[in-house]
Design a protein around this ligand. Structure first.
Ligand code: AMP
Length: 143
């Protein structure tokens, strides 16, 4: 199963922000959009970094509320791991497990075409498991 299938179901919307936005802006964006991470995109729309709820909590714990006035570019992760839509769910799950992160932007070349979260993958796995169980029940009932 490829990531393209999941993107076709959930859409290609990605919450992005400029590197100049403040950490306070990002906190509001995370809450308003009900997402766990925001892609920081440069003026050309290419990925410059990622900031997640974990980064916000960590920087607040380490430095206090003053960080809310800092530019997000000071606290984002710059080395962003991406995937392409033709990769499989298993491949991206391995990448998330290895890197210990829960969000992966999907790119076509350098262009951002979607975002997959661990929640999307769990939802997909649950649907697959339910479909298999249902097929098995039908098989047993008709055998
Ligand atoms: P998360 O589990 O997604 O909340 O992220 C945990 C940490 O990994 C945070 O420091 C994020 O900035 C970072 N992170 C999240 N997604 C990625 C990614 N795709 N590539 C690199 N780092 C990431």
């Amino acid at each position: 199963m490829t990531l393209a299938r999941i993107l076709a179901l959930k859409g290609s919307d990605v919450v992005t922000a400029s590197p100049r936005r403040t950490m306070g802006d990002i906190v509001k964006l995370l809450a308003e959009k009900r997402v766990g991470a925001v892609i920081i995109a440069d003026a050309d729309g290419y990925i410059a970094g990622i900031i997640s709820e974990r980064d916000v909590v960590r920087t607040l714990a380490q430095r206090g509320a003053d960080v809310l006035a800092d530019a997000v570019s000071e606290h984002m992760t710059r080395a962003v791991v991406t995937a392409s839509a033709d990769e499989t769910v298993d491949e991206i799950m391995d990448r998330m497990t290895e890197g210990k992160f829960r969000h992966v932007p999907i790119v076509d070349g350098r262009r951002l075409v979607g975002m997959i979260s661990i929640g999307d993958l769990v939802k997909h796995r649950m649907a697959m498991a339910e479909a298999e169980a249902s097929a098995m029940r039908d098989y047993i009932a008709t055998a």
